[in-house]
Design a protein around this ligand. Structure first.
Ligand SMILES: O=C(O)CCC(=O)C(=O)O
Length: 300
C-alpha cells in the first residue's frame, strides 16, 4: 500500500500537485499494458479518429501510432476497476473533501518512442468550469516518467492564480495558453518524474503541459478527472442518469456548492474538436515542438 500522509495533502494545496508512488500494483499495471498493446494492434485497421482512438499525424496501418485512447474506463474493465479501488478513493477523498467523489472523465495519453506528441500549456479548468474548483486529474504512470520521455510538467502554485485565456486569434476556444501572451516562466515548471505505478494528482486550475517524447521508450499515462460530488458543471448536465452513475463516493445531492473562482467559458467551441490535440492545432505560437506532419492526417 502506498504511503500517503497529511503532509502530502498540504503539499497538494500548496503546489497544486502531489505524486504518490506505488498506488498502482505491478500486476494490474501489466494487465493495463497488455490491454493497451492489444488496442494499439487493433488500430492498424483504423484510418481516422473515432470514439475510441485519437491518432498521431504519423499513424499508418503498417506503423500504428495512437495518441490517445478515449474514455478507457468505458473501453475496458481494467481501467474502470482501478478508479474504484479503495486505495485511490482514499487519496481522492482526502484531496477533494467530504461531499464525495465523481468521475468527470478519463483518457489514456500515449507518447510513442521518439516523437509522441506534446501537449501545450493549459488549465483543465478552462475546458470544464464547475461551481467550485475541488477537482483534479490523476495521472497513473503505466511507464516510468523521465526527463526525456515527455513527462507531465506543472507550474507550482499556478492553481491559486488567474484562469488564463485559452482562445486563439480567431476568438474560438483552442484549449491552450499562448506562451507569447501570458508572460509565465514556464522554465520553472516541475516535471513529475516517478517510477511506473506512481500516480500524480494535479489541481484543475494548475497550469500544465508536456513535451514530445525524445526517448527510445514509450510514455503512457492513464488520466482520470475527478470532481467533488458537490461541484456541478457550468456547461450543464446533458444526462442526469450518467452524471449520477459517475458518483463513486458520498451521498447524491442536488445542492451544488458555489465558490468564487476565476472562470472563463470555453466558448465559442474549438474549430477542431475531438481532443485537446485537435483543439490546440489552432494555437499560433507553440511552446513545444509540434509532432511531424503527415499526409495521412484525418480529423473527425
Ligand atoms: O499527456 C500529457 O502529458 C498531458 C495531458 C493533459 O494535460 C491533458 O490531456 O489534458
Amino acid at each position: 500500500m502506498a504511503d500517503f500522509s497529511v503532509r502530502d495533502v498540504a503539499r497538494y494545496h500548496r503546489d497544486g500537485f502531489v505524486v504518490v508512488e506505488g498506488l498502482l500494483d505491478d500486476l494490474t499495471r501489466m494487465r493495463m499494458k497488455q490491454v493497451l498493446a492489444d488496442l494499439i494492434e487493433a488500430a492498424r485497421g483504423v484510418t481516422a479518429h473515432d470514439d475510441v482512438y485519437d491518432l498521431e499525424p504519423t499513424h499508418s496501418p503498417q506503423r500504428p501510432r495512437v495518441r490517445r485512447i478515449k474514455k478507457p474506463h468505458v473501453v475496458h474493465p481494467v481501467f474502470a476497476e482501478f478508479m474504484r479501488s479503495e486505495r485511490l478513493l482514499a487519496v481522492l477523498s482526502a484531496l477533494l473533501g467530504p461531499s464525495g467523489v465523481r468521475l468527470h472523465g478519463s483518457k489514456l495519453n500515449l507518447k510513442a518512442p521518439e516523437g509522441g506528441s506534446a501537449v501545450e500549456w493549459h488549465q483543465d479548468w478552462a475546458f470544464y468550469p464547475h461551481t467550485n474548483d475541488d477537482m483534479l486529474a490523476v495521472g497513473v504512470l503505466l511507464d516510468d516518467a523521465t526527463e526525456q520521455n515527455g513527462p507531465l510538467m506543472v507550474l507550482p502554485g499556478s492553481h491559486r492564480g488567474p484562469t488564463y485565456d485559452h482562445h486563439g486569434p480567431d476568438g474560438l476556444f483552442c484549449g491552450a495558453m499562448d506562451p507569447a501572451r501570458d508572460g509565465l516562466d514556464y522554465g520553472s515548471a516541475t516535471p513529475l518524474l516517478a517510477p511506473a505505478g506512481a500516480c500524480s494528482f494535479h489541481h484543475v486550475r494548475a497550469v500544465h503541459g508536456s513535451a514530445q517524447n525524445r526517448s527510445p521508450h514509450s510514455r503512457n499515462l492513464l488520466l482520470y478527472e475527478f470532481a467533488a460530488a458537490d461541484a456541478f458543471p457550468l456547461l450543464g448536465i446533458p444526462d442526469w442518469a450518467d452524471f449520477s452513475a459517475r458518483q463513486l463516493l458520498g451521498s447524491p445531492t442536488v445542492v451544488p456548492r458555489v465558490v468564487d473562482c476565476p472562470i472563463r467559458m470555453p466558448m465559442p467551441p474549438a474549430a477542431r474538436q475531438g481532443s485537446i490535440y485537435e483543439n490546440q492545432t489552432a494555437l499560433k505560437s507553440r511552446y513545444f515542438d509540434a509532432a511531424p506532419a503527415s499526409a495521412s492526417q484525418q480529423s473527425t
